[in-house]
Write a protein that binds this ligand. Structure first.
Ligand SMILES: NC(=O)C1=CN([C@@H]2O[C@H](COP(=O)(O)OP(=O)(O)OC[C@H]3O[C@@H](n4cnc5c(N)ncnc54)[C@H](O)[C@@H]3O)[C@@H](O)[C@H]2O)[C@H](O)CC1
Length: 506
């Protein structure tokens, strides 16, 4: 399990040390850890044949820039030359002096605060230096970055050559990429939310340790998740394994019903029931003949994929009635897509397990319907806060879909983040697959938070298996679920055997 803490918690822990963290022991430890990592990467570049790698340190206005300047000093003392470019209108004064005294070439990046295509004077030289760097240290902004002003540095990021190795200090400046992010004290949640931009995260111990249990976010290990996968025993039959009911698809979107049905069957439901319009029923039968049609006993429902909520409600059709009956049932329910608009206070019985699977736009709409002023962009900017808010507002477990999945349950506990899925999953129909997979896990008896975490992880693995590092279609993701399940069960067995042999699993 990986844990991450909020910026506020890290700031509070810094203050509690009593250190002058704008220029004290913490910053010196941070700079030393950073310099050690840059030194190691310079040696690695040399080993690969880059002679005297050109190191450029980009220095921002705050303490992040201070870390970078002191690290440049430490590198210079060791004979590693670097150019420190001050990219903002102010810089850490003591850091600048210390770097200069150690022989670091400290210059101002003149064009940084000006708009216009051509850097002037020294700006041209420093643009040239960045464009020819072998290793860039991004010490522009750390946890003090104001996302509202993020675009300021994009032009600078664009100058960095694609082959240059980039080391980010604490967290990448918005718009920057990093091969390694050197973070201090404890990992911050923002690093889990942008895994592609961070590269590998290395944590430098600066003497700040935050209590486990007070983390803001966590990511469960593959081994942990594999152990959650339900495996049938000798006494099991289809009803004990779990029947999942799908109230999905419509005349307009029958494909959603097909994708969910195929996903549910492939995942290994004890039985899959389908209720929906005739056209969708026929398509489901053709794709998944195992599916049983019509209402009956289920252990969990999936409601809403491929349903246009507002227009179905308008017609007050049989279709709407059966979907609403599922929504009102005592069994666990996954509420997806169109049915999110039907999820009003009081619809679900008190205490019944509910998981909602909105993307940012749907979450904003749901909260607006409950008189909360929020936009899609607000949710996208801070998914952790808004997933939590929605969980507490609705009493449901929230699986907030996006490039990174955030899972929040009511209460104050940490959110679960799943950030390993390939972004190729951003394609029509994959949400229908995810909702059905989640329904199968709930029907098998997993509690909502575990089911949501396992579903998000399995979904990502299925996409990868379907076409590693390439585009995927939703049907192939659904068809890969069975093979991922067998890999997870194999992982369970491996750990079990290692335990029996008296070895700790890796
Ligand atoms: N325990 C630790 O984690 C330690 C961390 N250290 C480092 O300190 C930074 C945080 O320092 P802080 O000065 O608070 O923040 P920044 O360096 O990010 O600078 C904020 C500074 O920049 C201005 N600003 C914010 N956004 C923008 C923008 N888009 N454009 C221009 N200017 C912007 C803002 O107004 C401030 O003036 C942490 O990340 C670590 O690297 C310490 O070394 C101690 C231990």
């Amino acid at each position: 399990m990986r844990a991450a803490w909020s910026v506020d918690a890290v700031r509070a822990a810094e203050e509690a040390t009593g250190d002058d963290f704008t220029d004290g022991a913490l910053m010196q430890r941070a700079a030393k850890g950073l310099a050690d990592i840059v030194r190691r990467e310079v040696a690695e570049l040399e080993r690969r044949g880059v002679t005297s790698p050109r190191v450029v340190v980009l220095v921002g206005p705050g303490n992040n820039g201070g870390d970078a300047l002191y690290a440049a000093r430490d590198l210079a003392v060791d004979g590693i030359e670097c150019l420190a470019l001050l990219v903002a209108d102010k810089a850490h004064v003591e850091g600048v002096a210390a770097a200069r005294a150690a022989g670091v070439d400290v210059a101002r990046y003149e064009s940084a605060s000006h708009s216009g295509p051509e850097p002037e004077g020294g700006g041209r030289e420093s643009a040239h230096a960045i464009a020819h760097a072998d290793l860039v240290v991004d010490g522009i902004l750390g946890i003090g970055a104001d996302p509202g002003r993020a675009a300021t540095w994009k032009a600078l990021a664009d100058l960095i050559p694609i082959q240059a190795f980039v080391v980010a200090v604490d967290c990448p400046t918005p718009g920057f990429r990093a091969d390694i992010t050197v973070t201090f004290g404890e990992p911050k949640t923002s690093l889990m939310l942008a895994p592609a931009a961070n590269g590998r995260v290395e944590v430098v111990d600066i003497g700040i340790h935050l209590p486990l249990g007070e983390q803001e976010a966590m990511r469960l290990s593959g081994t942990h998740l594999a152990h959650l996968w339900p495996v049938p025993g000798p006494r099991d039959h289809k009803y004990t394994r779990g029947v999942v009911g799908l109230a999905t698809g419509s005349d307009a979107f029958p494909g959603a019903a097909v994708l969910g049905a195929v996903a549910a069957v492939t995942t290994g439901a004890g039985m899959v029931r389908y209720v929906g319009p005739r056209r969708a029923e026929d398509a489901v039968t053709a794709a998944a003949p195992e599916v049983v049609h019509g209402s009956g006993r289920v252990q969990a429902w999936v409601v809403g994929s491929g349903i246009d909520g507002p227009s179905e409600r308008e017609h007050e059709s049989d279709r709407y009635d059966s979907a609403m009956a599922a929504l009102r049932s005592e069994e666990p329910v996954v509420i997806d897509a169109g049915a999110l608009t039907w999820f009003e206070p009081g619809v679900r019985p008190e205490g019944a397990q509910t998981v909602i699977t909105p993307h940012a736009g749907e979450l904003a709409t749901l909260l607006q319907s409950r008189d909360i002023d929020v936009e899609r962009s607000t949710v996208e900017a801070d998914p952790v806060t808004w997933a939590r808010r929605a969980a507490n507002e609705t009493g449901a477990t929230v699986l907030l879909k996006g490039g990174v999945t955030v899972i929040a349950s009511p209460g104050k506990g940490p959110v679960t983040i799943e950030n390993r899925a390939p972004h190729w999953l951003a394609t029509a129909g994959t949400g229908d697959v995810l909702a059905a997979l989640l329904g199968v896990l709930l029907a098998a008896g997993l509690e909502p938070r575990s089911a949501a975490a396992l579903a998000a992880y399995t979904h990502g693995r299925a996409a990868h298996l379907a076409n590693p590092d390439g585009p995927v279609r939703a049907l192939d993701v659904a068809m890969s679920l069975g093979r991922v399940a067998s890999e997870l069960v194999a992982e369970q067995r491996r750990v079990h055997e290692e335990r029996r042999a008296g070895r700790f699993p890796r």
